[in-house]
Design a protein around this ligand. Structure first.
Ligand code: AMP
Ligand code: MN
Ligand code: MN
Ligand code: MN
Length: 276
């Protein structure tokens, strides 16, 4: 089993169309795959059809942007029904505001001497309502303001940097309800990426459990190998099931390509076991 249950297409902030991502996953040996675009289900039909044509298992997915304790947390909804109205409406309300925030990011960057970034970022997406910091990052790299997308986040777009514009995403309870209403399983995405204190992490996991959550990502392209071990221990401590996903966005972006992560530690229960 080579499960990769977290990645992105051009429907959100990935570089490749859903069918291209499917082909790349399959070529890299993935046997169970999920496309998890940010706050969007628009790629699910194409992803499923492409996966089935390749003989690759498919689970419909989405990655929901949540604000918890004034910071952004991502919750993956796995094996959701992409036609579910409650989920679709919730995602539409979550997307609402991306366009205005994009304009504000452009203004913030102009104030530090980077003009026309909004227009530049728009060239990297077909859907202005899905504009994300990743699209700005690609523009800033192309225009020579930074060496790499991670360099852009460190210098311009990360929290507290000059191009950062705060945003209120969905509430944790709402995102989890939408996922559950759609028959899916909520998974805390890349917990190692959140800048919380230990007390806040404990409160986040407690609330997640109270809301019916029972799985976290352990092996993800958004964790370092040290964090694989750290969050494997968290999974053991809380009794969480574990997920694995590259968080692939495009060639040359991110730490690891589709399907090429190490396996989950043997003693953890993979979240996908229930769907096999
Ligand atoms: P947004 O939803 O517009 O706030 O954009 C968030 C996206 O930016 C994430 O989904 C990642 O794709 C990307 N991102 C966030 N932090 C980093 C980072 N440090 N390095 C590279 N990409 C990042
Ligand atoms: Mn992303
Ligand atoms: Mn994420
Ligand atoms: Mn992601």
């Amino acid at each position: 089993m080579n499960a990769d249950l977290h990645c992105h297409s051009t429907v959100s902030d990935g570089q490749f169309a859903p069918a291209e991502v499917a082909a790349r996953a399959h070529a890299n040996g993935v046997t169970l795959w999920s496309l998890t675009d940010h706050d969007q289900l628009g790629g699910q039909d194409e992803a499923r059809q492409a996966a089935e044509a390749l003989g690759m298992g498919y689970l419909p997915g989405v990655e929901i942007s949540v604000t918890w304790a004034s910071r952004t947390v991502h919750i993956v909804g796995m094996n959701v029904d992409p036609a579910n109205e409650a989920l679709r409406n919730g995602l539409a309300s979550t997307r609402n505001g991306r366009a205005a925030r994009g304009v504000a990011i452009g203004e913030a960057l102009a104030a530090v001497g980077i003009p026309n970034a909004y227009e530049g970022a728009l060239r990297f997406t077909d859907d202005p309502d899905m504009i994300s910091r990743t699209h700005f990052a690609r523009f800033l790299v192309e225009a020579g303001y930074a060496q790499s997308t991670s360099d852009v986040f460190a210098r311009y777009l990360g929290e507290g940097k000059p191009g950062y514009v705060g945003h209120r995403w969905a509430k944790l309870a709402d995102a989890m309800k939408w996922i559950k209403d759609a028959g899916g399983e909520p998974i805390v995405a890349h917990p190692g990426r959140y800048d919380y204190t230990p007390v806040q992490f404990a409160a986040l996991f407690d609330e997640f459990i109270q809301l019916g959550g029972r799985a976290i990502e352990v092996v993800t392209g958004s964790h370092t190998p040290d964090q694989y071990r750290e969050y494997a221990d968290v999974a053991r401590r809380y009794g969480f099931e574990a997920s694995r996903g590259s968080d692939f966005h495009g060639a040359g972006e991110g730490r690891v390509d589709l399907g090429l992560l190490p396996p989950l530690p043997d003693d953890l229960t993979p979240v996908w076991e229930r769907w096999l």
